[in-house]
Write a protein of this length. Structure first.
Length: 514
């Protein structure tokens, strides 16, 4: 769904190829989507089973987004069609993500409890089969015993078995083959450490058969020598995590980097100084870093849960890509082309007025026109209005803005930007609105904002202001009796110099039906 959503918004159809062991679930989900008839026919397609020569048929206009193992990501990235045709490729691969407990988070603190709770959740949700799960749990040397005991106690309360039973907190792995893969991966990890909780070969289950189902116990390992290579190179893709001690910030940052690129990391601490050092150290190797403490715990989405605006991919081993969230995900699917032309041609090509293009001044004020009657380039020129010293002082008194550049002649003269008293910028904007507005009731329903406001030239008492308001972009809203109009606004002085430029945003009614 994360890959499908931005592709759909960008106008690209999606062909979904799930992993074979989870294809039944994916197939049912796609069936529900198609049956809903919410999406246009052909916008979603599903392929289960062997992909065959599918990738050979990719073209330069296609895009491939992948989530899965780092090994598969490397093979896909090197496919001749992807390389030879420069197919846009985004990979989000499994990685050895880490969570770091700060030295301040001793037993009894909220942060200690948060760390333990988060670690157990990341081990057991989806039976640890998440590309963002915590594989390496870094803990200060002085706190390893306490953390180990707290995690063991919490894991002991996790019932494994049939998820339909309300008492069960962790289900099976995706397949029996996946369970065997986890057991194989555990061997080098156990060579580097010792088992603190769980048994790779035996687990008690609720309402299920431990052998027929792909069940495995949560596994907690303790590796007292954090310099050993295995915890930083081997991933057991299941409910497995390794406790690793660290001495100081420099060491834990260096150890975290040995994962060679991670999707997500977390730091659990209330110490802002420690957090800053660790976050800056983790940043080059992590797509996302969560700093968790008592302050943000209630609103946090957790170590492994992304939000659309976040970069949730990661460098190196994590695939070098990112989750397709927010506007970035949509842009990834779209062809971007730079068009060079004159202002008039650009306006015609884009439907958006460009400075330098022709303006149209008619006898009818643009604010008297309904949305369908407006045209890009429709303009009103109003003014001039003289700004007086009395205007400046009354504005200061009314608003409370008595900044010295407006009220103190001597201080203003000493200011290298002004050399004398100047009008408030917002006074200029207010005068401009008074000049261009058509006050009677009409199609303009509301002004809902200003954007890109810049004050370019100081305005002094005695200056004369003229405003030029031009319809820049007209956006009808489907299903509504109004649309949005963006107006280019240029306020100039008696010398023709721009003193302020900005966009005015308005809601404009459509012509009444009948």
């Amino acid at each position: 769904m994360e890959k499908l959503a931005p592709a759909f918004v960008a106008g690209m159809p999606s062909l979904i190829k799930p992993a074979s062991q989870t294809a039944y679930l994916t197939a049912r989900l796609v069936e529900l989507i198609v049956e809903s008839e919410l999406l246009p026919e052909g916008s979603v397609q599903l392929l289960c089973g062997d992909a065959g020569d599918l990738l050979d048929h990719l073209t330069e206009q296609d895009a491939v987004s992948f989530t899965g193992s780092a090994d598969t990501a490397r093979r896909l990235r090197a496919h001749p069609a992807i390389v030879g045709r420069s197919v846009r490729f985004n990979a989000e691969a499994d990685s050895l993500n880490c969570s770091i407990l700060g030295p301040d988070a001793a037993p009894g603190t909220a942060e200690f409890d948060l760390y333990v709770k988060q670690l157990v959740a990341e081990m057991t949700v989806k039976a640890g089969q998440k590309c963002t799960a915590i594989r390496r749990a870094f803990v200060p040397e002085s706190l390893v015993d306490e953390v180990a005991e707290a995690v063991r106690a919490r894991l002991a309360k996790v019932a494994v078995g049939n998820p339909a039973n309300p008492d069960v907190r962790m289900g099976a792995l995706a397949s029996l083959g996946q369970r065997e893969e986890v057991r194989r991966s555990l061997k080098p990890l156990l060579d580097a450490g010792r088992l603190l909780f769980g048994d790779p070969d035996r687990v008690e289950v609720v309402d299920a058969d431990a052998e027929r189902g792909a069940f495995i116990s949560p596994i907690l390992i303790r590796a007292d020598d954090a310099e050993r290579a295995e915890p930083h190179e081997v991933e057991a893709f299941g409910p497995v995590s390794t406790l690793l001690p660290y001495r100081d910030v420099a060491q834990v940052v260096e150890l975290a980097a040995r994962g060679r690129g991670s999707l997500a990391g977390s730091v659990v601490t209330a110490d802002t100084g420690f957090a800053r050092e660790v976050v800056l150290g983790l940043a080059p190797w992590h797509g996302r870093v969560l700093v968790l403490n008592e302050e943000d715990a209630k609103e946090s989405t957790g170590h492994g849960s992304p939000l659309p605006p976040l970069i949730h991919g990661g460098p190196g081993r994590a695939g070098g890509g990112e989750e397709m969230g927010g506007i970035r995900g949509i842009v990834h699917h779209m062809q971007r082309t730079a068009v060079q032309a004159g202002p008039g041609m650009l306006t015609a090509l884009t439907g958006r007025w460009v400075p330098g293009a022709e303006r149209t001044v008619t006898d009818v004020h643009p604010f008297r026109k309904h949305l369908e009657e407006l045209r890009v380039g429709d303009t009103v020129v109003a003014g001039p209005r003289t700004v007086t010293l009395e205007d400046v002082e009354r504005f200061a008194e009314f608003t409370g803005d008595t900044f010295y550049a407006h009220m103190d002649d001597e201080a203003a003269k000493a200011n290298p930007f002004f050399g004398g008293r100047v009008a408030h910028g917002y006074l200029v904007v207010s005068f401009a609105a008074g000049l261009f507005v058509s006050p009677e009731p009409g199609p303009v329903l509301a002004n809902y904002g200003l954007e890109n406001l810049r004050f370019l030239t100081p305005v002094y008492p005695g200056d004369e202001l003229t405003v030029t308001l031009t319809a820049k972009q007209i956006s009808p809203r489907d299903g509504a009796d109004y649309g949005e109009v963006r107006w280019d606004t240029d306020v100039t002085n008696q010398d023709g110099k721009s003193v302020a430029k900005y966009d005015v945003l308005t809601l404009v009614a459509k012509r009444p039906a009948g």
